[in-house]
Design a protein around this ligand. Structure first.
Ligand code: FAD
Ligand code: NAP
Length: 430
């Protein structure tokens, strides 16, 4: 009898897990990839920036996993809604949780909940056309916007805000979103780091791209570009060099301006009905290396604050979860008897897409060494009894075709995202 495994989540971690199971298993294996959305690929579809087309093409690699004869895609099936952990353990010999990290971390400062204070998770979902966020969610009507955080997600968000709609027209950005970007009133973007250039989390390639923006001048204050010491790893040295070169140049009058700021932490988002400003405190590192305030403040007159301070996982009903690490506790991917974890849910929201490949391979090694067995029921019967008809891989192909057709009709690139579950349903039901 084949080993039957449920992989929950069809992002990179889920699909690398499926691939590793097929590559590593000596005996026959059957894999169902369960996904809450009708569409596969997780953050590759709904996170990677639309203008990063070469990274998005990783989907072409992941697609080959879904097309393997041992793998089935069961879209529109949510663990915790349509199925419980007990259901999965009844229908499969082993379960691998790969549900990623879907929500934002908080700043815990006054004003964080004012309209106009926005989590990067929501903003990214918006421009990526995620069905959880309607396309009319954001109107970019503020001339000044602050982006908190200096990681790669902050860089993505800044780039999308800084580019013109024309520059994004050949991407898969939903058409309604593109029209809202075309109407953007944003003139100044402030990207705020609470430590120095040497501590920034963005990577060199991503940082350099900001310097190539045709529509925005990038400015760094010379005093904030200063770093202590000289002995930095190559990537960090590269970041510092780029930032210092920007500090030495003058703006040339492009329509938008990006200020990359350091040594400032947000202390309050100001406003009564909505965001009217952001109060920042200058920082320094304490002797123990902690970020501490200096008692020197400044206020930016922004109408929107985008909080890009990291993602975090959410607990899955019935699955152990540590509220300290916000991950599923595991040993080399093993959670419990017949239960495993991979990807961001296993190790937290860091690392690039490729990091999930070795991570998934480790989980699969652990799983196969355990030789798990114990299924007693059929998932198809169970889903049918509950009236759940999964979205199949063929249905997903119809969604893809409809997105390509939409792009042709609009004269835009290779694909334009369909937004909303209804539009996707219409595409595969015809
Ligand atoms: C905004 C952003 C941009 C990024 N850009 C890049 C980049 O350009 N290059 C790069 O290398 N890395 C990038 N990364 C990092 C990369 O996306 C992650 O390393 C990777 O996606 C993590 O994979 P994962 O499978 O663990 O999670 P995810 O990709 O989030 O996949 C999780 C999947 O599980 C599904 N799911 C969630 N809950 C349930 C449930 N209860 N039942 C069923 N299914 C469920 C979700 O819908 C999703 O499809 C980016 C990350 C972010 C946040
Ligand atoms: N193109 C790409 O390859 C790409 C694109 C997007 C994302 N990714 C990857 O996806 C992962 C997640 O990226 P991310 O940008 O969400 O997270 P991240 O890299 O962890 O960056 C988070 C940023 O938020 C700051 N921050 C955290 N808490 C804060 C607070 N309370 N106040 C002010 N600032 C705060 C952090 O500063 P401190 O350092 O001081 O904590 C850091 O600058 C990363 O591994 C990233 O490389 C890759």
């Amino acid at each position: 009898m084949a080993l039957r495994v449920a992989v929950v989540g069809s992002g990179p971690a889920g699909l690398y897990t499926a691939e590793a199971l097929i590559k590593q298993a000596q005996d026959p294996v059957e894999i169902d990839v369960l996904e809450r959305l009708p569409t596969p690929y997780g953050l590759v579809r709904y996170g990677v920036a639309p203008d990063h087309t070469s990274i998005k093409s990783i989907a072409n690699y992941l697609r080959k996993v879904l097309e393997l004869p041992q793998v089935r895609f069961l879209g529109g099936v949510t663990l915790g809604e349509h199925l419980s952990v007990e259901d999965l353990l009844a229908c499969y010999d082993a379960v691998v949780y790969c549900t990623g990290a879907m929500v934002d971390r908080h700043l815990n400062i006054p004003g964080e909940n004012l309209p106009g204070s926005v989590a990067a998770t929501d903003f990214v979902n918006w421009y990526c056309g995620h069905p959880d966020v309607p396309t009319d969610r954001f109107t970019l009507d503020s001339p000044e916007v602050a982006v908190i955080g200096v990681g790669n997600v902050a860089v993505d968000v800044v780039r999308v805000l800084a580019k013109t709609a024309d520059e994004l027209s050949s991407t898969d950005v939903p058409h309604d979103v593109l029209e809202r970007l075309a109407g953007s009133q944003v003139k100044a973007i402030h990207m705020i780091g609470r430590r120095g250039p040497e501590h920034a989390k963005f990577t060199l390639k991503e940082l350099r791209e900001l310097g190539e923006l045709a529509n925005a001048d990038v400015c760094v204050r010379p005093d904030e570009a200063v770093v202590l010491g000289a002995d930095f790893p190559r990537q960090i040295r590269g970041n510092i060099d780029v930032l210092q070169s920007w500090a030495a140049r003058e703006p040339v009058g492009r329509p938008r301006r990006l200020d990359v700021r350091f040594w400032l932490r947000p202390v309050e988002i100001l406003g009564s009905e909505r965001v009217e400003g952001l109060r920042l405190e200058r920082t320094r590192l304490s002797e123990e290396g902690r970020v501490v305030g200096t008692g020197e403040f400044e206020t930016l007159p922004v109408g929107m604050v985008l909080r890009s301070v990291g993602y975090q996982s959410v607990p899955l009903p019935g699955v152990p979860f540590s509220t300290d690490t916000m991950t599923v506790p595991n040993q080399a991917g093993k959670v419990k008897d017949r239960e495993y974890v991979a990807g961001w849910l296993k190790r937290g929201p860091t690392g690039v897409i490729g990091t999930n490949k070795s991570d998934a391979a480790e989980t699969v090694r652990t799983l196969l060494a355990d030789r798990p067995a114990g299924r007693t029921a059929e998932i198809d019967d169970l889903l049918a009894a509950r009236g759940v008809t999964p979205v199949s891989y063929a249905d997903w192909m119809r969604i893809e075709e409809a997105e390509a057709e939409l792009a042709r009709t609009l004269g835009r690139g290779e694909r334009v995202k369909l937004v909303g579950l209804e539009a996707m349903r219409a595409a595969y039901r015809g």
